[in-house]
Write a protein that binds this ligand. Structure first.
Ligand code: PBG
Length: 323
């Protein structure tokens, strides 16, 4: 008796495996998140994210050009201001670090890449929340929306092609879309962080942006156990005018990425976040994982789940490997 079916035939040689490969991973599908800090004169390492730094304006420019030359599809920028206040006013100020850096990069790169900006207040507020607070210390949804609208306009005027609202406020996509359209920025696109979970995996990011947060974001980010709720968030963002939708984090939420890909008429992004990066880097540094193979497997898995594009701190390096 011999097996009637032999799937191994299609695995016999590298050429055969290449021919029948189902999932592609290309540099253009990778977006590099980058950090720029105000008032520092040398890049500052982020200890929980080995290999990732807070850039100066100058090193940001150089690293951005290198990433674009490596073939990445886009850059996502986060700013770390020198001073913070309750309203996060550095976010709307045209001289605020994120807006200044966007201007630098747009000047340097023009339309050679897709320049994206984090449209969220948490880096700019002294309490570390993604919005402004009401009298009881809760995050005030609608007051925050008014600031997001101004922040979005400032970011587009500074050079962003795409805005990434990541604060999970209700109605944020609609308010930003209307605000942009009213002042004539009809071509600025919105990548909605549609399904964003209150995740422990953001830990290293909090170090990366010197976060002031005490407590958590559970009143606005989603409960990790909820999948149906993610579809509702995605549908609302689509109805409000999202040009692309994102699921975040990625690895613990591959089912959500798949569900989003099944229903979304627009491109789906996934954010392979700081904690996912840190886990692999820590294990690889100990010799417990083969770093390059693991990174490519992680990124391929996120693509297989249905993400059209991936935000990942490995974007530039992986793009170079894939090339
Ligand atoms: C909010 C924001 C966060 C991340 C991206 N945008 C942090 C948070 O919601 O707490 C996390 C990204 C990562 O962990 O890599 N501005």
């Amino acid at each position: 008796m011999f097996p009637e079916h032999r799937p191994r035939r299609l695995r016999t040689t590298p050429a055969m495996r290449r021919l029948v490969g189902e999932t592609t991973l290309r540099p253009r599908q990778l977006i590099l998140p980058m950090f720029v800090a105000e008032g520092i004169d040398a890049p500052r390492p982020i200890s929980s994210m080995p290999g990732v730094v807070q850039h100066t304006r100058d090193t940001l420019r150089k690293a951005a050009v290198d990433a674009v030359n490596a073939g990445v599809g886009g850059l996502m920028l986060f700013g770390i201001p020198k001073t913070r206040d309750a309203e996060g006013s550095g976010a709307v100020d045209e001289k605020g670090i994120l807006n200044v850096a966007l201007r630098d990069l747009r000047h340097e790169l023009g339309d050679a890449t897709v320049l994206m900006a984090d449209t969220c207040l948490d880096e700019f507020t002294d309490h570390g929340h993604c919005g402004v607070l009401d009298a009881d210390g809760g995050v005030d949804n609608d007051a925050t929306l008014r600031i997001y609208a101004q922040m979005a306009i400032a970011q587009v005027e500074a050079g962003a092609h795409v805005l990434g609202p990541s604060g999970m406020m209700d109605g944020q996509i609609g308010v930003i879309r209307r605000a942009l359209d009213e002042v004539g920025h009809k071509d600025a696109a919105i990548l909605a962080y549609a399904a964003k979970y209150a995740s422990a995996f953001y830990g290293p990011f909090r170090e990366a942006v010197d976060s002031q947060l005490k407590g958590d974001r559970k009143t606005y980010q989603q409960d990790p156990g909820n999948a149906r709720e993610a579809l509702r968030e995605i549908e609302l963002d689509l109805a409000e005018g999202a040009d692309m939708v994102m699921v975040k984090p990625a690895l613990s939420y591959l089912d959500v990425i798949k569900a989003a890909a099944d229903i979304s008429p627009v491109p789906v992004a996934a954010y392979n976040i700081s904690g996912e990066y840190a886990m692999v880097e820590a294990a690889a540094a100990n010799g417990w994982l083969d770093r390059e193979r693991t990174v490519l497997e992680v990124l391929t898995s996120i693509r297989r789940a249905g993400a059209d594009m991936i935000l990942t701190y490995w974007a530039a390096e992986a793009a170079a490997w894939l090339d």
